[in-house]
Design a protein around this ligand. Structure first.
Ligand SMILES: Nc1ncnc2c1ncn2[C@@H]1O[C@H](COP(=O)(O)OP(=O)(O)O)[C@@H](O)[C@H]1O
Ligand SMILES: [Mg+2]
Length: 260
């Protein structure tokens, strides 16, 4: 029988899950906890049950550890290619708990997530983290049985995510605006920092209606405005639309305050 270290070394070069029938790691000898020659077949395979949270079980599957680590690194690396500001993408490695982070973790991923509040409280960071979570959620462990999944992380992400600063949206050409409004996941950063002309107000109102009409779309908005200021700036209809299907979170202060 091959030694544990041999399997570990071998698996370090493997980028796909070989599946339960061909998996040698699944038959890893458990030298410490079991009699020396006993082989354990893990079923269900640990990477099928928890790719994101390496558990003790996954810790014993070198394929699983490798895949989970590669997946984490790859999804983090493509964030900036998907338009997420590099600064936030880099800071995710040292993610601290914050109201915005908690709000993202509590969001069910349906409709709108609006992070509002003063400057520097981590709203844009929260939006970046939300993109990462949604991106990771698009893949299931069975995807790692086929080759090409590592390139897919970028191509699928690119076709779904759209990150725009509010000012870029307001100056965009009509075709680009429509493309943006139709994105699977749209991030609108820094709402409130634009010159609010009647035309811009109308565009923001239209955005809320259009996004609300598509129940499968997800919209993340960061706004340097309090709830009250947002309401008086964009009007009740805008607030009704986003609150009907989503969460608005005031990110400054001690506690998480979520609507709904
Ligand atoms: N929870 C967090 N963990 C690590 N870095 C964070 C966190 N929240 C914010 N940051 C970093 O702090 C800085 C300010 O946050 P930012 O999201 O830009 O604030 P806001 O959008 O509310 O003005 C950025 O560099 C951001 O990446
Ligand atoms: Mg910001």
């Amino acid at each position: 029988m091959k030694h544990v270290e041999w399997f570990k070394k071998k698996s370090a070069t493997i980028k796909e899950c070989p599946g339960e029938t061909k998996c040698v790691m699944g038959k890893l000898p458990m030298a410490k906890t079991h009699p020396p020659n006993e082989r354990i077949l893990y079923w269900p395979c640990p990477i099928f049950t928890s790719l994101e949270k390496p558990s003790d079980a996954i810790g014993r599957c070198a394929y699983g550890v490798n895949l989970a680590n590669n997946f984490e690194a790859r999804t983090l690396n493509v964030l900036s290619d998907l338009g997420v500001p590099k600064l936030h993408a880099e800071n995710i490695k040292n993610k601290r708990d914050s109201i915005a982070v908690k709000a993202v973790e509590m969001w069910d991923g349906i409709g709108f997530l609006v992070l509002c509040g003063g400057t520097g409280v981590g709203k844009s960071f929260g939006a970046a983290y939300a993109v990462l979570r949604l991106l990771r959620g698009m893949f299931s462990p069975s995807d790692f049985r086929r080759p090409g999944v590592w390139t897919d992380i970028f191509t699928r992400g690119k076709s779904i995510f759209s990150w725009r600063h509010i000012r870029d949206l307001t100056v965009a050409q009509e075709a680009e605006k429509q493309h943006f409004l139709g994105a699977g996941v749209l991030v609108l950063d820094d709402l409130g920092s634009e010159n609010t002309t009647p035309a811009v107000k109308e565009l923001i109102g239209y955005l809320a209606t259009k996004r609300n009409d598509n129940p499968r779309s997800q919209t993340i908005i960061t706004a340097n405005l309090s709830l009250e200021a947002m309401s008086s700036r964009y009007g009740d209809r805008f607030m009704d639309r986003i609150m009907a299907c989503g969460k608005v979170v005031q990110c400054d202060g001690e506690n998480i305050r979520m609507t709904r």
